[in-house]
Design a protein around this ligand. Structure first.
Ligand SMILES: [Zn+2]
Length: 477
């Protein structure tokens, strides 16, 4: 009676949650229930409202969580799960655990700030507006994390064991290869989480983590992401374009605002900026990394050298820690952040969140978007419905805290920074499988991307491919 139930990232790219259930009563009392990922829904209101719904099962009856990586759309609902009574282990790689240690409390803090802001402005239909979880509640889930290294077989619950294999997506990211033994039958399931790009120097220049996802075992069932199921990334080096964009902006007296995920993506960008400045490609204007977790994020990044690609090892050896670089400022406190608003000369701000769904980047954009001298560069995926997607898509105004802000700044996007494999890379990876899975379920993609990837896999490999539906149950035995 074992089954998988898709509780998120079905029909959208956020809210990843996949339940493995081997119980016959549906409530985990006579079997095991393991959740793979426990992500936050982001983007359109329709999705975000799902964060407030309870799971169809009792959180206290879930035995364990296997976490693929530390992006909020994979880990951001964990504090809510613990708040609802979950008390089992959360298995993750050591780097993922360190990242969650700064990302989840920050997420709780931002939700408290937003709720307080709405209450002050009375701009929410809820009275009072409440945070989904607080910073303290996010800290309370920390003791449940249990480190599991890549390639280490671990028992998650009765009849369910797993090992992590490298996903090469972000620092600490892994796929979960789950072995299920129920009723005398064995099934291998692979949950990809997010899949990184294949190469680091030619196809994805500047990629910081390990090169390319690991070759998997032979799963009976594959649950695979499809974020870029309808895309081919540019393969050229982004550095010349980045340098040109910054030079032009500085020449006209403008500043550069870069929304970026605070961990890893920001560090990757910083190393690139440092190199371009040292080579004289970019003027030495001040760089402000404005995030409450800025310093912690650099420390986590520098600690996990086992995750670095060859390029990154060389850059770290050459330049040392970004915390020591002249002209690079790490604004941890709110006072430091506010001072950035008073700066008049050209400078570069790197701030989160990467999709402009919250955080200090909002305030920088409110101040800088109306001025045509400024430049906003997107270097990450923008989920539909997020402010990032609206601005990138050419919106003339964008709403922040119930106020419309005109968009007059130059807007640019560099797709080379993507940490997701594109369609040709996904197909190349699938071709390394020793045999086709009996069925592949596509998750974590907008409908058009998932459909196109379904077609591409069917055409190229003749595999059976389905698109996962929200709350769909797939029988395993
Ligand atoms: Zn991710």
């Amino acid at each position: 009676m074992a089954y998988i139930e898709f509780l998120g990232a079905a029909g959208t790219v956020t809210g990843s949650k996949h339940l493995i259930n081997t119980s016959t009563d549906g409530d985990g009392r006579n079997g095991a229930q393991v959740l793979v990922d426990c992500g936050l829904f982001q983007g359109q209101k329709e999705w975000r409202e799902r964060n407030w719904q309870d799971l169809p099962i009792n959180a206290a009856q879930i035995d364990a969580v296997i976490l693929t990586h530390a992006h909020l759309d994979h880990c951001g609902w964990l504090p809510r799960l613990v708040k609802q009574g979950f008390r089992g282990p959360i298995f993750a790689t050591p780097a993922t655990i360190d990242l969650c240690g700064i990302i989840l409390p920050d997420s709780g803090h931002l939700q408290e700030e937003d709720a307080a802001y709405h209450n002050k402005k009375q701009s929410s239909k809820h009275d009072p507006a409440l945070p989904l979880y607080t910073e303290a509640e996010a800290l309370a889930c920390q003791p449940y994390f249990k480190p599991v290294n890549i390639g280490e077989t671990t028992q998650a619950a009765a009849g369910i064991s797993f090992q992590f294999v490298r996903a090469a997506h972000i620092l600490g990211s892994a796929m979960a290869e789950v072995t299920l033994g129920v009723n005398g039958m064995q099934r291998m399931l692979v949950f990809t989480g997010d899949i990184g790009r294949l190469r680091d120097t030619t196809i994805a220049p500047g990629k910081v983590v390990h090169s390319g996802p690991a070759e998997p075992g032979a799963p009976d069932l594959l649950v695979m992401e499809s974020t870029y199921g309808n895309r081919t990334h540019p393969t050229d080096d982004p550095r010349p374009q980045l340098a040109q964009l910054i030079r032009q902006t500085v020449e006209r007296g403008g500043s550069v605002i870069i929304p970026a995920f605070a961990v890893e993506r920001t560090q990757k960008l910083l190393f690139m900026l440092k190199q371009l400045m040292e080579d004289g490609q970019v003027p030495r204007v001040p760089v402000h990394v404005d995030s409450p977790m800025a310093i912690g994020a650099v420390q986590v990044f520098m600690k996990h050298t086992e995750e670095f690609g060859e390029d990154t090892k060389a850059m770290v050896q050459r330049w040392g820690s970004p915390l020591t670089w002249q002209g690079f400022n790490f604004d941890s406190t709110a006072e430091q952040s506010k001072k950035v608003n008073d700066l008049k000369y050209p400078f570069i701000i790197v701030s989160s969140s990467g999709m402009v769904t919250g955080g200090r980047i909002q305030h920088h954009l409110i101040h800088r978007l109306p001025d045509p001298r400024n430049l906003v560069i997107f270097i990450g995926f923008q989920a539909p419905g997020t402010r990032g997607a609206l601005i990138k898509g050419g919106a003339k105004t964008v709403r922040f805290f119930a106020e419309d802000v005109p968009v007059r700044a130059q807007i640019a996007a560099l797709e080379q920074f993507s940490d997701h494999a594109d369609t040709p890379e996904l197909l190349t990876w699938l071709k390394t499988f020793p045999k086709p899975p009996s069925v592949t379920y596509l998750v974590h993609g907008e409908p058009a991307a998932a459909q196109q990837l379904q077609q591409a896999i069917t055409d190229a490999l003749k595999w059976k491919v389905e698109i996962a539906q929200w709350q769909q149950k797939v029988q395993l035995t």
